[in-house]
Design a protein around this ligand. Structure first.
Ligand code: SF4
Length: 340
């Protein structure tokens, strides 16, 4: 469906004004959590809506992600990522397989967005990211999903592969907060993010959950559709994320409510450049930066066509990665056991 700027104003101009629960949320008053207070203020001030509009305008000749493909998404074109301005969602549900501080008792409230701008050849979610499995949804539908996930007891709203739908997510959040949503927002991203986009998310995202996939531009170009600038872009993005949300600390309830949580998938034959990734984190971010070292690489999608990544990781490769992280002085490591 084609959405012009005028249509944006017609739809969301009225929707946001009539977000009927706003009074209820405001009445909640004193016991708001910090994230909640910030979100609520941005909702009341119209700041969330304004950020959503600015992000929306970035789809005109799309420049939301570093691919900068210039697709005229507001005129119905699909970008390199496969997305038009029409929101498409694959699924939403409580997810118990995310990092423990994101799961709690009720799971992480994941919303899987269809399409992806990075397009790795080893993607385990290739049916969603490459093939485009999902259904067209409206922004109000996404807001309703957020409320429903909260009702199921989820610890947070976790938007997976969010960048190309950043405008829709911010607008949905605005509606959901107006209806009383009181959960942190997790930005579950490949780490390849433009600063211009991230700055519009400042104060909106509570937990950044980026991958740091490669230290080599050559590897990134080979396995992620020519994204040779991945390491440099991801490094700048991580610094901006750290500036916005700080280090992730676990609260007494066992959950992280705010902060930067980095994932690094160790790949076979040194493809991910784990040593350099760890070295960069240790040198540029606090020593207690949360780092999830992941051992579960599996040659999915088209990986079997590339000899270096056509097998699983060996135990020795993973143990070497863990040792590198310990020697680098990182003290907040989440070490995933090797799958059997
Ligand atoms: S988000 Fe999609 S359409 Fe926009 S620049 Fe990136 S690949 Fe292109």
């Amino acid at each position: 469906m084609k959405r012009t700027r005028r249509r944006f104003l017609q739809e969301f101009g009225s929707l946001i004004v009539v977000s009927a629960g706003a009074g209820m949320a405001e009445a909640a008053g004193g016991d708001e959590r910090p994230a909640r207070r910030s979100h609520l203020k941005m909702h009341r001030d119209g700041e969330l809506r304004e950020r959503g509009r600015k992000l929306w305008d970035m789809m005109e000749e799309c420049e939301l992600c570093p691919r900068m493909c210039g697709a005229k998404r507001l005129e119905g074109e699909r970008g390199f990522c496969g997305a038009s301005a029409q929101l498409e969602i694959s699924s939403y549900h409580p997810h118990f397989g995310e990092e423990r501080p994101l799961v709690g008792r009720g799971g992480s409230g994941t919303i899987f967005l269809t399409h992806c701008g990075l397009r790795c050849v080893f993607c385990i979610n290739w049916d969603i990211s490459h093939r485009g499995d999902g259904a067209e949804r409206e922004i109000e539908d996404m807001a309703a999903m957020m409320i429903e996930l909260e009702g199921m007891g989820c610890a947070n709203i976790n938007v997976v592969t969010p960048t190309h739908y950043a405008p829709h997510i911010v607008l949905a959040l605005d509606i959901a907060i107006g209806r009383g949503l009181d959960l942190p927002l997790v930005w579950n991203t490949c780490g390849w993010e433009r600063l211009e986009t991230l700055r519009l998310l400042d104060g909106i995202v509570d937990i950044y959950l980026p991958d740091f996939k490669y230290s080599s531009g050559e590897m990134a170009a080979k396995y992620s559709a020519g994204a040779r600038d991945y390491p440099k872009v991801a490094q700048k993005a991580l610094l901006e994320m750290q500036r916005q949300v700080g280090t992730a600390y676990t609260a007494p309830d066992g959950l992280v409510h705010r902060g930067l949580m980095i994932r690094h998938l160790v790949m076979p034959n040194g493809v991910s450049g784990t040593g350099k990734v760890i070295h960069w984190i240790a040198k540029n971010l606090p020593r207690d930066t949360y780092l999830n070292l992941m051992s579960q690489y599996t040659p999915a999608y088209m990986a079997s066509r590339y000899p270096d990544i056509s097998r699983r990781l060996t135990r020795e490769e993973f143990e070497e990665a863990v040792e590198l992280a310990r020697r680098a002085g990182l003290i907040n490591l989440d070490i995933q056991p090797m799958p059997r």
